[in-house]
Design a protein around this ligand. Sequence first.
Ligand SMILES: O=C[C@H](O)[C@H](O)[C@H](O)COP(=O)(O)O
Length: 236
Amino acid sequence: MNQDQLKQLVGEAARDEVLRLPAGQILGIGTGSTANYFIDALAPHKDHFLGTVSSSNATTERLLKHGFKVLDPNEVDHLPAYVDGADEIDPAGYMIKGGGGALTREKIIASMATQFICICDASKQVPVLGNFALPVEIIPLSKGIVTQELNKLGGTVTLRMSKETRTDLGQTASQPFVTDNGGWILNIAGLKIANPITLEEQINQIAGVITVGLFAKEKADILLVSNASGVSRITF
Ligand SMILES: O=C[C@H](O)[C@H](O)[C@H](O)COP(=O)(O)O
């Protein structure tokens, strides 16, 4: 089974998991390739839910294409569950997220939910977080000072660049990646995150930081993880 097939498998398992929730509730939906498989699998059953709350423009577009109702988070008090992928997850359910740049809205929607249901293939399970570069969304004008502060953590800090290039200036020049919120992203490579709770709090203190892609306070409650033998369900 290739990685896409494993993502599809776990997306289908997540569909079965959320269909066990009482009907008529609102569901939080994450962002990324694994979340996309979940959305596609859930689409034929969308009427089980009153609506959804989305974590990115890309997810909203996909949900609307399938005919899901997408609600403004400000119209919603509480979600029974939030389903999303991860870039890394450790044995306690702490995660690195934001590989696709959606970390801020993901963390907001996750904070509204009783249960965070993380869905991934087994390649995302790690003993210690940090092999995947930790994303930090920032206010663009704070790039210099936030980079200085993040450098003190011991990793290597780089500005995430867009894959798109500009040709309007008569040259090819890559641009900073811009999030749905107008923020930029600094990636911190080379960290070994022994204490995710402390590091999340520490990075949250830096002026100019919007969100760090370390999900310690908003950790996973349930992990559905796929490998060639099937899907395992782990609770934290
Ligand atoms: O910003 C992106 C999200 O945090 C994704 O949930 C994460 O990057 C995992 O994405 P994928 O399922 O595509 O590996």
